[in-house]
Design a protein around this ligand. Structure first.
Ligand SMILES: [Zn+2]
Length: 438
């Protein structure tokens, strides 16, 4: 078995998690030969026979086999799932990981019964998941090569998640038309259905082949993925045998990343599912506007402009209303000891309106004392006095709020606060008024 290397940048967090898991698992493996990786030579091998090398029950049930077609999380690609069959019982394989010494561990949902080193088992890969991973990973090779060919932008890492994939491009900028060009070229390569070959080559020979990416560590022999006349790179992943099997590539979100730009993409069936979901979302939005799909941005912009205008009109109307209401209240309220004490509780007015009204009252009259409250939408209070009046509204409000279990404060002339409920609000307001002008 040649020493092989996954050349892609890895999903660091996931890799760390695997290492921790593995270190915590005391796996004794009989013999020193590394697991024979059947997927290295055939990505379409979904069933295989193998011999159990070791069995672990705690902390997680797991087995190591002499050979396996299960792909362990590595090189940015996530692991296969599937089943191990022994004595007519199927056991779910939930995770597959590499050990540092070249073994592959199959984590199981439940312990394998009646299995020990030497037992023959049958492995079955979940074919839908494997096909999806092949589509995503081969799509990544095509896409990375397209960015190098078109714009000399190297890929520095690849990440595969359950719903989308991403590559990090080493570039100071990434324009929309560059993204579209790379997408177009990638889909053209897919359409041309070019062969994708696996080659095993000694490292010194590989160095002369002009690989897109060489693994950093010294390995005797490299596994190369060769997309005919388009891309040659060292990689340990599972790949399609012709680019047509990728189906299509759809580029999605871009964002600034540590080494340049992160670009999300979906390939194959994921591309169709994603486009379907986007279409549903847009259709639903278009229906809300009674507009055509392509007119949604224009309609949304128009609605936002309308909202802005209406908000301005609403603010002006409230301002006018507060001014008129203040004038009426001041006219209606007789002076006591040279002051006008205005006490009012509202419903359906917010704190901002109370503040606006208090402001108008105390500016329209030099002798106004305003104790205002609202029960809804949120119970709130505003206490204010015209400049030069002698009371401390901040302190008064705090006393009142203490009775109501609310919070707030302010200055000598203007204070505001909120209460948890409107219960007792009117009584507290009356008590505050009483204390000001007995
Ligand atoms: Zn790869």
């Amino acid at each position: 078995m040649p020493a092989l290397s996954a050349a892609e940048g890895s999903s660091v967090l996931k890799g760390l998690k695997d290492l921790i898991t593995l270190r915590a698992t005391p796996i004794l493996i009989t013999g020193s030969t590394m697991t024979d990786r059947l997927y290295y030579s055939n990505s379409f091998l979904y069933d295989f026979d193998a011999e159990v090398r070791s069995v672990v029950e705690t902390p997680r049930p797991a087995v190591v086999l002499d050979r396996t077609a299960f792909y362990p999380t590595s090189g940015g690609q996530i692991h296969d799932t599937g089943w191990l069959v022994s004595a007519d019982t199927k056991h779910r394989v939930t995770e597959v990981a590499d050990t540092e010494d070249g073994h592959i561990v199959h984590y199981l949902e439940a312990p394998l019964k009646d299995v020990q080193p030497g037992t023959r088992v049958r492995g079955e890969i979940d074919p839908a998941r494997r096909r999806d991973h092949m589509q995503q990973h081969s799509a990544q090779h095509v896409l990375s090569a397209a960015f190098v060919r078109l714009f000399n932008m190297p890929t520095v890492s690849f990440h595969m998640a359950d719903d989308y994939c991403s590559i990090d491009l080493d570039t100071p900028s990434l324009a929309k038309d560059q993204i579209e060009s790379a997408e177009r070229l990638s889909n053209q390569i897919i359409l041309e259905n070019r062969p994708v070959d696996i080659r095993f080559v000694p490292r010194d020979e590989a160095e002369k082949l002009g690989l897109r990416k060489l693994p950093p560590t010294g390995r005797d022999q490299l596994r190369l993925i060769d997309i005919r006349d388009f891309d040659l790179t060292a990689c340990g992943g599972t790949h399609v045998s012709n680019t047509g099997q990728i189906g299509s590539i759809l580029l999605r979100k871009t964002e600034k990343a540590r080494h340049g730009y992160r670009l999300e993409f979906v390939a194959g069936e994921r591309a169709v599912l994603t486009a379907r979901r986007d279409f549903s979302t847009l259709t639903e939005t278009a229906a809300l506007f009674s507009a055509h799909l392509h007119d949604v941005p224009q309609q949304a912009r128009k609605s936002l402009d309308e909202i802005k205008t209406l908000r301005k009109q609403c603010e002006q109307s409230l301002e006018d209303l507060a001014a008129a209401q203040a004038a009426t209240l001041l006219t209606e309220t007789p002076e006591t000891n040279g002051r006008k004490l205005i006490v009012r509780a509202f419903t359906g007015r917010d704190l901002n309106f109370l503040k606006l009204l208090a402001q108008k009252l105390t500016r329209q009259s030099p002798a106004a004392i305003a104790l205002l409250a609202t029960e809804s939408p949120q119970p709130a209070l505003v206490f204010a006095q015209s400049a030069g009046q002698p009371f401390d509204m901040g302190a008064r409000l705090k006393q009142t709020l203490a009775q109501l279990g609310g919070r707030g404060g302010g200055s000598k002339d203007l204070a505001q606060g909120g209460a948890p409920t409107s219960e007792g609000l009117a009584a507290a307001l009356a008590a505050a008024a009483q204390s000001l002008i007995p």
